[in-house]
Design a protein around this ligand. Structure first.
Ligand SMILES: O=c1ccn([C@@H]2O[C@H](COP(=O)(O)O)[C@@H](O)[C@H]2O)c(=O)[nH]1
Length: 238
């Protein structure tokens, strides 16, 4: 899923998902199935989207005791998603258990899904992190700390904002994936996101993939919004 623009399919049901995807005709997409769609429709939603030929990031952000996460990941590995994730705050042992579960659940001859750790949600601000999570210091340091922990646990990368990408790549390495939500066009509505950036900024900072939800799904013409965002992300002027 490197160099992808991942569309967040934040819909409640299959019908809305189908209607949305139909607008993209035969374009092969990278999409994200998150809690809203998965919890209301079940695992079959992943096979449905895969059958349409799209790559799937299953964004369920697991965070529990190591054994529970391991067993859950064993089940998720069998669904055919290309990438899954956990909250890095669950700790190194939990993340190692997630990887064990994924290895166990991946059928022979198939590729294990990529696994990434959520550092600090893009809806979290510096002030909120200090006050509500009781973490002192800068948000950038906290993100780097979680990214290092994620690397030590053997995961493939992290979810972070574009603003932390450069630091992570410089300190941990360029092969370590940075997947960045909170993407908006210049002047676009921010909604509940705090650490936002444009697709051009994401590209300049070296993000490996961007996640775009409402700026595409809520647009009057989602296909146009997608093509414009993609061109901006890829540095193509249209
Ligand atoms: O830190 C994070 C982790 C995940 N997300 C998810 O990405 C999309 C973003 O949607 P927008 O509509 O583009 O804001 C959404 O599905 C989140 O669950 C995130 O935003 N930040």
């Amino acid at each position: 899923m490197k160099q992808s623009l991942i569309i967040a399919l934040d819909f409640p049901d299959l019908l809305q998902t189908q209607t949305f995807l139909k607008q993209f005709h035969s374009e092969k997409l990278a999409v994200k199935v998150g809690m809203e769609l998965f919890y209301q429709n079940g695992p079959s939603i992943v096979s449905f989207v895969k059958e349409q030929g799209h790559d799937v990031f299953l964004d369920l952000k697991l965070h529990d005791i190591p054994n529970t996460v391991k067993m859950a990941m064993t089940g998720l590995a069998a669904l055919g998603a290309d990438m899954v994730n956990v909250h890095a705050a669950g700790g190194q042992k939990m993340m190692e258990a997630a990887m064990e579960g994924l290895d166990k659940g991946t059928s022979a001859g198939k590729k294990r899904p990529l696994c990434i750790g959520v550092t600090q949600l893009t809806s979290t601000s510096q002030e909120q992190m200090n006050a509500e999570q009781n973490i002192a210091g800068s948000l950038e340091d906290s993100v780097l700390h979680y990214a290092k922990l994620t690397r030590q646990a053997g995961l493939d990368g992290v979810v972070c904002s574009t603003h932390e990408v450069k630091n992570i790549h410089e300190r941990i390495g360029h092969e370590f994936l940075t997947v960045t939500p909170g993407i908006r066009s210049a002047g676009g509505q921010t909604h509940d996101q705090k650490r936002i950036a444009t697709p051009e900024q994401a590209r300049d900072f070296g993000a490996d993939a961007i996640v775009v939800g409402r700026a595409i799904t809520g647009a009057a013409d989602p296909l146009r919004a997608y093509l414009d965002m993609k061109a901006a992300w890829e540095g193509i002027s249209c």
